[in-house]
Design a protein around this ligand. Structure first.
Ligand SMILES: Cc1cc2nc3c(=O)[nH]c(=O)nc-3n(C[C@H](O)[C@H](O)[C@H](O)COP(=O)(O)OP(=O)(O)OC[C@H]3O[C@@H](n4cnc5c(N)ncnc54)[C@H](O)[C@@H]3O)c2cc1C
Length: 393
């Protein structure tokens, strides 16, 4: 349904598709095998001016918003889910600056991120603080004109590759989420060490590391928004804007897997005919294509809602994430099934799609947590509509 997209959407999609086919698809299996960072792809994206599509124009980006971010992520993920997140994580890391940074922080960091000269990561999760991110323990203590950070972060996507880290700390654990404070930490700051690299099931080309902080001193001007205690709000606003991107990664993975499955089933012959000529197979292809299209339209609508600054984006972003990522998991699993035994070995690219898809149901808030977000929003909406009716009566 290209008619539903703008000229800019279509141009960005075409530009990214060319990069994905030229630079990503030929090396996707090798990147996965060697768990190598896709530098040639990132350089191609930099040269094409695609690294900061979501960053406002006044800070050197394309100002093209969340829908265009989703379109780029989807196209990259069709060829490799790992490359999709390698790109999208820069949006996740930079959204806290966009939604909560001071003007000085925006001027200092966003132009370098927009050009792709610098990369960024988002550090919220810890070993004991995953779904319950508000219970994080990494401590920031004020010391004159600086803060000392002590603690560790788990699961930092882009760890090691990034130059800037948005790190969520607490200035006072007794205040719970109201003590959480975002701090921008630059690579190379004394006391900041990139720790263990995770050996992942999928998305293996993006490095995911632990981060360690030991008396890591950062100036007070690096406190996000210049104020203590606003970090949790910034992190949640960030996740609302970033979840359509994960959902787009899932749509890309599902579409990429379905494209391979259509190609395979129209060539593979059993019982003297292509397996695609069996109605049972056609029904599977039809169901998958329908689910993917439904997921895509929900993701694009959630992205449009973000771009318009709609009030209920949390609910829409969570719905898009749940639906698209559950779709990606079921579609990629079914595509492996359509390859039969060949789907289960690494000679064919299809099993990688299933491994890459799994993480989309887990990170940026598990799908159970997304369902909580949706459920709570529904209850709140119902309560306020009841209140509205009572006031009228
Ligand atoms: C590859 C990878 C990359 C990541 N990248 C980043 C990153 O860049 N930055 C970052 O900050 N984090 C990152 N994460 C962390 C990710 O967001 C967390 O793993 C995720 O939020 C879940 O936290 P957890 O792993 O501690 O699981 P837990 O919170 O321990 O959850 C375990 C299970 O319990 C369920 N559960 C928990 N609470 C509830 C509840 N209230 N109701 C119902 N079910 C519940 C969960 O859904 C899950 O199924 C990454 C994780 C991975 C694996």
């Amino acid at each position: 349904m290209d008619e539903l997209l703008s000229k800019e959407n279509l141009e960005l999609r075409e530009q990214t598709r060319e990069i994905a086919e030229r630079y990503v698809r030929p090396i996707a299996a090798e990147l996965d095998r060697n768990a190598e960072y896709p530098w040639p792809v990132v350089r191609a994206l930099q040269e094409a001016g695609l690294m900061g599509v979501w960053i406002p124009k006044e800070y050197g980006g394309r100002g093209a918003g969340i829908l265009n971010l989703c379109i780029v992520v989807e196209e990259l993920s069709k060829a490799c889910g790992g490359v999709g997140v390698t790109y999208a994580v820069n949006a996740l890391g930079s959204f806290p600056i966009i939604v909560g940074g001071t003007d000085e922080q925006k001027k200092k960091y966003l132009p370098e991120l927009a050009s792709g000269r610098k990369l960024i990561a988002f550090g919220l999760s810890e070993k004991s603080a995953g779904s319950d991110a508000g219970s994080l323990r990494t401590r920031a203590t004020k010391d004159g004109n600086s803060y000392l950070i002590n603690g560790e972060k788990k699961w930092n996507t882009n760890g090691g590759a990034a130059d800037i880290y948005t790190v969520f700390t607490t200035v006072n654990p007794e205040r719970g989420s109201r003590g959480i404070t975002g701090i921008l930490v630059e690579k190379g700051t004394p006391g900041f060490v990139i720790g263990k690299k995770e050996d992942l099931m999928g998305i293996r080309c993006v490095p995911v590391h632990e981060l360690h902080f030991e008396d890591c001193r950062v100036p007070t001007e690096n406190v996000l928004g210049g104020k203590e205690g606003h970090g949790f709000k910034h992190a949640m606003m960030t996740l609302d804007l970033a979840r359509p991107g994960v959902a787009a990664q899932a749509v890309g993975l599902a579409q990429g897997a379905l494209d391979l499955a259509i190609d395979y089933t129209t060539k593979r012959e059993q019982f003297g005919q292509t397996i695609a000529s069996f109605q049972a197979i056609q029904f599977m292809l039809a169901d998958m294509a329908t689910q993917i299209e439904a997921a895509r339209q929900l993701v694009y609508q959630a992205a449009r809602a973000c771009d318009l600054g709609a009030k209920n984006v949390s609910k829409f972003a969570a719905m898009a994430k749940v639906f698209a990522t559950d779709t990606a998991m079921s579609v990629t699993t079914n595509c492996v099934q359509l390859f039969g035994g060949y789907g289960y070995c690494r000679d064919y690219p299809i099993e990688k799609y299933m491994r890459d898809a799994k993480i989309t149901q887990i990170y940026e808030g598990t799908n159970q947590v997304q369902r909580l977000v949706i459920g709570r929003a529904l209850i709140k909406e119902s309560a306020s509509s009841r209140e509205g009716k009572e006031t009228k009566e």
